[in-house]
Design a protein around this ligand. Structure first.
Ligand code: ZN
Length: 145
């Protein structure tokens, strides 16, 4: 991957993370921190270091927690130099896909296969955080018929 592309993906990951945290900043500390940072656009590197409080996690949907985990995981892979490589087949993930889903672990083909086989959640929606109202709850969680 070219450095420029990698930087772009990193930026998108940090922005996506900031967006989720912004909507749910439960602790004043986090709130202040994010406010301070929002005054200086272009300096969002520190968002990567924000730690999660229990209140924050309580306020997040399962999907958003999973999403944050995937974002952090991707940021770690950038550090490690393994970002952008499909974890299943080892091929480079096309930059267009990484732009759309910067936290993806797999190329489109493998992601599809894994979803089909395991039925596990893959954060394969686009860059804009999905609205919780639009998220379908797992069947087990639905009590009313
Ligand atoms: Zn693959």
């Amino acid at each position: 991957m070219e450095k420029k592309e990698l930087e772009e993906c990193k930026k998108r990951l940090l922005e996506a993370k900031a967006k989720i945290l912004e909507r749910y900043r439960a602790k004043e500390e986090t709130q202040k921190r994010l406010e301070e940072e929002s005054k200086e656009p272009g300096d969002i590197e520190d968002i990567g270091q924000v730690s999660y409080t229990e209140e924050l996690l309580d306020n997040l949907s399962q999907i958003e927690i999973k999403n944050l985990q995937e974002i952090d995981y991707s940021l770690k892979k950038i550090e490690a130099g393994t970002y952008g490589i499909c974890e299943s087949c080892g091929e480079d993930i096309p930059f267009e896909r990484l732009c759309a889903v910067p936290w993806t672990r797999y190329c489109a083909k493998c992601a599809e296969e894994i979803e089909k086989e395991e039925g596990t959640f893959m954060p394969s929606y686009g860059f804009e955080p999905i609205l919780t109202e639009d998220i379908q709850i797992e069947r087990d969680d639905i009590s009313e018929v």
